[in-house]
Design a protein around this ligand. Structure first.
Ligand code: PMP
Length: 431
């Protein structure tokens, strides 16, 4: 009602007065803007107590305000929250538990506080280890907001202020749906382009970095054999491989704990963030001991004030336990299936729906107009119409034409059925 609207308008004005406009909100207009009062499980509640189904928060991995995570954080905060340079049992226990989920070569953890820091650390380690300074990344890729991460994030180069640096080489994202290579050997062909850059810059490339399913680049599933082939080219030429699992890790894909496993490869460095501690600031990289030890070549020790603090480790432990105890990977598989089947039906009925894809609870719907152009306006219109039904999804991809879903892992089949019903009626009104 009017009172609520004016409260939101006033908050928006105060926000504009003290914060930068570059700090954008999901929904632009004051009429639509969401004021989140509290959140629980897969739901968020606004100031009037209206309940919204959250299908995009992959940070609240084991559910918003998960009571077990909250209890673990609270207990550790009440006990000690000092400095990561004292011996601390919780962070050691966490490292041991985390590494149980990795292939045995990946046996060392370095802690930090955000996905961006993890990217920075991974790139620097690759340089310390190889003595080389150039990197390869993919079109549409995003790996974080610090300078070194922006350097390998073409997704953020649009404005012109962040330019492609001379030490970074971009190869095409292996999009086998809309990209230049399709069919069975698309993976090999895209991988050959990585090899060409490695050969052209012989002895100069330290690392190849990519997400294990491309999120910002448009929910792109890597074609079969792609990473295997890329990693082979990299290894033959002394290039390290970095898998960014910040969005797709921790069982989101259901059948596996890490999305790189879908491609049957073992990266040299894996970056972890967002869901790792269910929203408590924490991130990490997992790598091989000899690569981690190359840190000493920087001439200094690795120290990070907050990285690896006991509270973060306690939160991380609670997350790992909750994934197992509540069988969240199994749930991701089952509910993901319901979504995908429903999306398939939607595609049969709607010309606009060009492709539906995903694994587990990492899903995308690609919208293309009858003239073959990406349907950006329609994508936003679906997103906004769903908000009227109190369902929250996002739009992503370089052309902003992909509907993206990556909900808390506790979302249910009933939630999925509800969403599919509303999605169908929203698409009907678009026709
Ligand atoms: N990598 C990927 C794939 C991401 O999506 C993000 C964040 N959106 C980052 C890295 C950076 O993480 P953070 O925002 O925690 O620094």
């Amino acid at each position: 009602d009017d009172e609520v609207l004016s409260q939101k308008s006033s908050l928006l004005k105060r926000r504009r007065d003290v914060m930068t406009s570059a700090n954008i909100l999901f929904y632009e207009s004051s009429k639509q803007e969401l004021l989140v009062d509290r959140a629980e499980g897969q739901y968020m509640f606004d100031e009037e107590g209206n309940r919204y189904l959250d299908l995009i928060n992959n940070v609240a991995h084991v559910g918003h305000c998960n009571p077990k995570v909250t209890a673990a954080v609270t207990a550790q905060m009440q006990k000690q929250y000092t400095n990561s340079r004292y011996l601390n049992a919780t962070v050691i226990e966490y490292s041991e538990q985390l590494l149980k989920h990795f292939p045995k070569e990946l046996n060392t953890v370095l802690f930090c506080n955000s996905g961006s820091e993890a990217t920075d650390l991974a790139l620097r380690l690759s340089t310390y280890f190889t003595g080389r300074e150039e990197h390869i990344c993919l079109t549409g890729g995003y790996h974080g907001h610090v300078q070194s991460a922006l350097d390998v994030s073409p997704y953020k180069w649009k404005g012109g202020a962040v330019k492609q640096p001379s030490h970074v080489h971009v190869v095409d994202a292996p999009d086998a749906f809309r990209g230049k290579f399709k069919g069975e050997d698309a993976g090999e062909k895209y991988a050959a382009e990585v090899d060409q850059v490695i050969k052209k810059r012989e002895g100069k490339i330290s690392a190849y970095i990519a997400e294990s399913i491309l999120s910002c680049a448009g929910q792109i599933i890597l074609p079969p054999g792609y990473l295997k082939s890329v990693y082979k080219h990299c290894r033959e030429n002394g290039v390290l491989t970095i898998a960014d699992e910040v969005q797709v890790g921790f069982g989101r894909v259901g059948s596996k704990m890490w999305a790189f496993e879908l491609q049957d490869v073992v990266p040299d460095i894996v970056t972890l963030g967002k869901p790792i501690a269910n929203g408590f600031p924490m991130a990490a990289i997992v790598t091989k001991r000899e690569i981690a030890e190359a840190y000493w070549k920087s001439g200094s020790q690795y120290f990070n004030t907050f990285g690896g603090n006991a509270v973060a480790a306690a939160a991380g432990l609670a997350v790992l336990k909750e994934i197992e105890d509540s069988k969240l990977r199994e749930n991701a598989l089952e509910v993901g299936e319901v979504f995908l089947r429903g999306f398939d039906e939607l595609k049969k009925k709607n010309m606009l729906v060009a492709d539906v894809r995903g694994f587990g609870l990492f899903l995308g719907i690609e919208l293309i107009n009858s003239d073959g152009k990406p349907a950006k306006e329609e994508a936003y219109s679906v997103r906004n119409r769903l908000l009227e039904h109190r369902i929250i999804i996002s739009v992503d991809g370089p052309d902003e034409n992909i509907l993206k879903l990556k909900p808390p892992m506790c979302v249910t089949k009933e939630n999925a059925e509800f969403v599919l019903g509303k999605l169908n009626s929203v698409f009907d009104t678009l026709k």
